[in-house]
Design a protein around this ligand. Structure first.
Ligand code: GCO
Ligand code: MG
Length: 403
C-alpha cells in the first residue's frame, strides 16, 4: 500500500494562474490534482497547505473514498467552492496514484471505456455575427462535431464570451476587476439572429450551443429558449442563476430548448431538485469544482436516473490536470453528453505535458497509467503568480448585475 509521505501546492502562471497539488508516496509514485478556482486561487492554496496537507501525511493513498469522507465530513463546514476544489485536488491526485500503481489509465478503474471518445465543443466567438460564423467554420474544418456560438451584441461595448483571442476566451485579467455594461433587451434581440445566420451558414450537421452566463430571469429565459427553438440548439447554458432550483420550472413551461447548468455547482445538493424534477438536460458540474472524480460520479449517477447527461465545464481556467480527469470520467460514465474544450496556451501545455488528444471531434484521455498528465515543476517555477479577477457587470443605469 502506498503511504502519503508529502504533498505540496504548486502555483504557476504560464499565461494564466493554475494551482496544482502534488502528492508523493513512499513507493516513489506521485499523483497530481487541479485546485484552480479562477480569481480566488490563493484561497484554495492556503486551504490545502494550512489545513488539508497536515491531515494527509501517513495515510494509505489507496483509500480514496475514506479520505474523501474524512475531508468532507471532517471539516464540519461542508461544501462551498474553496473546500470542494481542495477536496477535488486531493481526490484527483489519489486516482492518479491508484492508476499508476495499477499500471492502468484511470478510466479503466472506473469501468472502462463506454465509448470511443468524448465529443467536445469548441468556442467560436467574434465581435459580430459574421466573425463568429467565420470562426465556427474553422472548427468544422478541423472535424469538430459541436461548436458554441457567442458574438458581440450591437450597442454593448463588451459581453461575455467574446474576446480578441481566436480559439479561446480568457476573461480573468487586471489587478482589479474590469467593469462591463449589460442590456438584456439588446441581447435578447440579437441572439436569435446569431443562430438564424449560424444555421444558414453552417448547416444542420453540427451541434450548436450557447451560453447565457446567468443573465436572464426565468421568464426571459423561457422566451429566449422559445425564440431559439427553430435552430435546434444542443443546449442553452446557464440561462438564469441557479441558486433557486425551482426557478427552472418556469423556463421548462415555456420551451423545449435543452438546458444546461452547473459550472459553478460544487455539490450534488446544488443540482438535486434540477435533476429529480428533470428541469435540465445537461449537468455541467466538473471534477475540480465539484469534489473530484469521486463526487462527480455520484452526481452523474443521480443524473442518469433522470436521463440527464453530463457536459463538464472545460474552460481555460481548468488546468490540463482537470481536463485529463474529466476525459477519464467522461469516457467511462454511461450518461456522458459532451465535454467543453477550450484550448490552453502553448506555455500552459508545456508546463502540463499530457496524453489526451483530439481526433475528429472526439477526445481521448490516452492510455498512460493514472490520469495521463504531469507537471514540469522547474518550468512552472518560472511563471510567478499574477493576481487576476473575473469581470463584474452592471446594468446601463449602474445597478450591479450578474457577470
Ligand atoms: C464556460 C464558462 C467560463 C467561465 C469561466 C469562469 O462556459 O466555459 O462560462 O467561460 O466564465 O470558466 O472562470
Ligand atoms: Mg458557461
Amino acid at each position: 500500500m502506498p503511504r502519503i509521505t508529502s504533498a505540496r501546492v504548486i502555483v504557476t502562471c504560464p499565461g494564466r494562474n493554475f494551482v496544482t497539488l502534488k502528492i508523493e508516496t513512499d513507493q516513489g509514485v506521485y499523483g497530481v490534482g487541479d485546485a484552480t478556482l479562477n480569481g480566488r486561487e490563493l484561497a484554495v492554496a492556503s486551504y490545502l497547505e494550512d489545513h488539508v496537507i497536515p491531515c494527509l501525511i501517513g495515510r494509505d493513498a489507496h483509500r480514496i473514498e475514506d479520505i474523501w469522507q474524512y475531508l468532507y465530513k471532517g471539516a464540519y463546514w461542508r461544501r462551498g467552492p474553496v473546500t470542494m476544489s481542495a477536496i477535488a485536488a486531493v481526490d484527483m491526485a489519489l486516482w492518479d496514484i491508484k492508476g499508476k500503481v495499477a499500471g492502468l489509465p484511470v478510466y479503466q478503474l472506473l469501468g472502462g471505456a463506454a465509448r470511443e471518445g468524448c465529443m467536445v465543443y469548441g468556442h467560436a466567438n467574434g465581435s459580430d455575427v459574421e466573425e463568429t460564423i467565420e470562426r465556427a467554420h474553422e472548427y468544422l474544418e478541423q472535424g469538430y462535431k459541436a461548436v458554441r456560438l457567442q458574438s458581440g451584441v450591437p450597442g454593448l461595448a463588451a459581453t461575455y464570451g467574446v474576446s480578441g483571442e481566436r480559439f479561446y476566451y480568457e476573461p480573468a485579467k487586471g489587478s482589479l476587476p474590469e467593469e462591463t455594461l449589460w442590456s438584456t433587451s439588446k441581447y435578447m434581440r440579437h441572439v436569435p439572429e446569431l443562430f438564424e445566420r449560424g444555421r444558414e451558414a453552417l448547416g444542420w450537421d453540427i451541434h450548436l450551443l450557447h451560453d447565457v452566463h446567468h443573465r436572464l430571469t426565468p421568464i426571459e429565459a423561457g422566451r429566449l429558449g422559445k425564440d431559439l427553438e427553430p435552430y435546434r440548439l444542443f443546449w442553452l447554458e446557464d440561462a438564469t442563476p441557479a441558486e433557486n432550483q425551482a426557478g427552472f420550472r418556469l423556463i421548462r413551461q415555456h420551451t423545449t430548448t435543452p438546458l444546461a447548468v452547473g459550472e459553478i455547482f460544487n455539490s450534488v445538493w446544488d443540482a438535486k431538485q434540477l435533476i429529480e424534477e428533470q428541469l435540465i438536460d445537461y449537468i455541467r458540474a466538473t471534477v475540480v469544482h465539484a469534489g473530484g472524480i469521486t463526487h462527480l460520479r455520484r452526481i452523474a449517477g443521480l443524473a442518469d436516473l433522470y436521463q440527464v447527461r453530463t457536459g463538464c465545464h472545460g474552460a481555460t481556467d481548468l488546468s490540463p490536470v482537470s481536463m485529463a480527469a474529466a476525459l477519464n470520467f467522461g469516457l467511462s460514465v454511461p450518461n456522458f453528453g459532451i465535454q467543453e474544450y477550450m484550448r490552453h496556451s502553448a506555455e500552459t501545455d508545456e508546463v502540463f505535458p499530457h496524453a489526451y488528444s483530439l481526433s475528429n471531434g472526439l477526445m481521448h484521455p490516452g492510455d498512460k497509467p493514472g490520469l495521463g498528465v504531469d507537471i514540469d515543476e522547474a518550468l512552472a517555477a518560472k511563471y510567478a503568480y499574477k493576481r487576476a479577477y473575473l469581470p463584474v457587470n452592471r446594468l446601463e443605469d449602474g445597478t450591479m448585475f450578474n457577470w
